[in-house]
Ligand binder design. Structure first.
Ligand code: BJW
Ligand code: ZN
Length: 257
């Protein structure tokens, strides 16, 4: 049974606005590798080798192939009980903002209505020169022919719509995430190591601005020392029980699916 406080359930039940920062750990139970866990995506490659624009320009085929593989994994994955519990929380709190570092689209597919994607979305590609969207299949077709994928309009390289190290986050996403953090009565940090900035600042800023901050993670993180409460366990087990507890204190609404 996950161990969380009555104070957290009470705060969630009374909250007008809950903001949730999520990271790769929430999608681990959907079969999507995290980045920094021992069997994670970066066990073989250093982050700087693949997740930056220089690596892409040096070896576009390698980077396009890596992202194509990850996109296929994501497309075959399903949202898990953790994603669904966050969507179900909307029945009990007037506003729930999900601020995600994940590029896998699973919060949208689980039905969360306010999803703020800080690091982009892997299901989308665009041309680095003319910035037009790349049609689905452009990367697949090129890679099958052993070529880097290029834009049919201007011959520019096609890249995934994700944020690499050294790149700015989408300004509208940052603006919305800043606002959600400022408005939050309760802030949850779920499944993130909280070592990548600026996302890792949000739990700290939320607490400075008066929110009650809890993290959900099997391990300690970069913000463990800065939160009010750490709930140690997998998100897919903790979040459904937590949301059910909020539903119970709300007056016995339906249990989460
Ligand atoms: C479970 C679980 C289960 C397991 N349930 N949990 C300030 C200080 C220092 C450095 C910087 C700074 N500001 C900016 C920087 C530089 C840099 C940075 O942060 N570097 C640090 C690493 C030191 N940041 C940037 O460059 C950012 N841009 C920026 O700031 O622009 C302005 C600027 C420009 C130029 C110079 C300076 C400023 C951009 C960051 C982009 C990050 N991109 C990536 C790749 C995205 C594309 C892709 O998917 O390939 O985003 S890196 C990677 O890390 C990915 C993730 O979103 C991100 C965070 O990882 P996450 O989600 O936390 O995953 P893990 O694997 O680390 O952790 C998983 C967790 O889950 C673990 O804790 C597990 O225990 C847990 N878990 N199972 C719950 N079942
Ligand atoms: Zn183009």
């Amino acid at each position: 049974m996950p161990d969380f406080s009555d104070a957290l359930v009470d705060r969630l039940s009374r909250a007008d606005h809950v903001a949730v920062l999520t990271g790769a750990g929430i999608s681990a139970e959907s079969g999507i590798s995290t980045f920094r866990d021992p069997d994670g995506l970066w066990e073989e490659f250093e982050p700087q080798e693949l997740a930056n624009v220089e690596a892409f320009l040096d070896n576009p085929e390698l980077v396009q192939g890596w992202y194509r593989h990850r996109r296929q994994v994501v497309e075959e994955a399903e949202p898990n009980a953790g994603h669904r519990a966050l969507a179900a929380l909307e029945a009990h709190v007037p506003a729930v903002s999900v601020v995600t570092q994940n590029v896998d689209d699973l919060h949208n597919r689980a039905g969360s209505s306010t999803v703020i994607e800080l690091h982009g979305n892997i299901t989308h590609n665009y041309c680095v020169d003319c910035e037009r969207d790349a049609a689905p299949g452009t990367v697949d077709a090129a890679i099958q022919h052993g070529q880097p994928a290029r834009c049919p309009d201007c011959d520019g390289l096609i890249r995934p719509d994700v944020v690499w190290f050294g790149e700015m986050l989408p300004p509208d996403a940052v603006e919305r995430a800043d606002a959600a953090t400022a408005q939050a009565d309760v802030f949850l940090s779920v499944g993130t190591s909280a070592v990548v900035y600026p996302a890792a600042r949000y739990p700290v800023v939320a607490r400075e601005q008066g929110a009650y901050v809890a993290e959900v993670n099997p391990d300690t993180t970069g913000v463990t020392d800065a939160v009010d409460e750490s709930i140690r366990g997998p998100a897919g087990e903790v979040l459904p029980v937590l949301v059910d507890a909020v539903a119970d204190s709300d007056g016995g609404a339906e249990p989460t699916p």
